[in-house]
Design a protein around this ligand. Structure first.
Ligand code: 6GU
Length: 269
């Protein structure tokens, strides 16, 4: 996969040289190019922003440097190749998720346009649609000062799904959100630590029991921390023990979907 990032703070992307993603780049699994937006300005002050039409606080990023930068990045597309996806990090974007990361990991080329200030002149998004599939994306419902930190998160989430990046692909299967649930708790040696014991089932050697315990811990934890995820959980084909586990957590199964019983408090212990 090839990734291009355009930013007025290219140094912000330096952590992508480290760890798993840095290794993936060295191994040629991921080509990552960072571009300075100011290199695509044509005035002496390398201006990238201006005041907003209609008034209001803050500054807006000018369209022309963005068009120059994005045209340069899009220029070397082989004939016949698909349009790259242009991801525009923004709290006003579509929510980024594990499913989005999976989908984007299948793309040949991604381009990230890091806005700063109050954002980029909207006409850039319309113009860019000729060269890119434009996708404004948000990490969540909070505001960052710019897209750079969001790009670090998104490139890591996407990059680790590329073939060969994570050494043991099985670790991608049993992790939070891969199956719509939160991950089960994990333990390592020593089995007794500061008077706290590792759950006995994990020392039992009974792999069926361990798998069931872990699944039930996923249910319990998801119910406690992210009950919203259980609204989408497919409970149609659960084994009896799992149905019992959900009943104990206060859920009925109606038409294959979990439904919290009216008499069971959402925040009960
Ligand atoms: Cl993707 N960008 C910015 N600037 N702020 C955010 C965000 C993205 N996601 C949440 N807040």
């Amino acid at each position: 996969m090839r990734v291009d990032v355009v930013s007025i703070f290219p140094d912000y992307l330096a952590p992508l040289e480290l760890s798993l993603i840095g290794k993936a780049r060295q191994d040629g699994l991921l080509e990552l190019n960072v571009h300075d937006l100011r290199d695509f300005t044509s005035d002496r002050h390398r201006t990238v922003d201006d005041t907003p039409y209609g008034g209001g606080a803050g500054m807006v990023m000018k369209p022309e440097p963005w068009a120059q930068a994005l045209a340069a990045v899009a220029a070397d597309r082989p004939s016949g190749a698909a349009k790259p996806v242009l991801i525009v990090p923004s709290p006003a974007g579509e929510r980024f998720s594990q499913a989005a990361a999976q989908e984007l990991a299948g793309e040949e080329r991604l381009v990230f346009a890091c806005g700063r200030y109050e954002g980029i002149d909207e006409r850039v998004m319309e113009w860019a649609a000729e060269h890119f599939t434009v996708r404004p994306m948000s990490l969540g419902d909070y505001v960052l000062n710019g897209g750079e930190v969001a790009v670090l998160a998104m490139v890591e989430a996407i990059g680790r799904l590329l073939p060969g990046v994570v050494g043991n692909p099985e670790s991608l299967v049993e992790e939070s959100h891969s199956d719509g649930l939160l991950e089960y708790p994990v333990y390592t040696k020593p089995s007794s630590w500061r008077d706290r014991e590792v759950p006995a089932v994990l020392l039992s050697g009974n792999h069926g029991k361990i798998a069931q315990w872990r699944r039930h811990e996923q249910y319990r934890r998801t119910d406690e921390r992210r009950p919203d995820l259980l609204e989408h959980f497919d409970a149609a084909k659960l084994p009896r023990a799992d149905r019992t586990a959900f009943a104990d957590l206060g859920y009925d199964i109606v038409d294959g979907h979990l439904k919290r019983r009216a008499d069971s408090g959402g925040d009960s212990a």
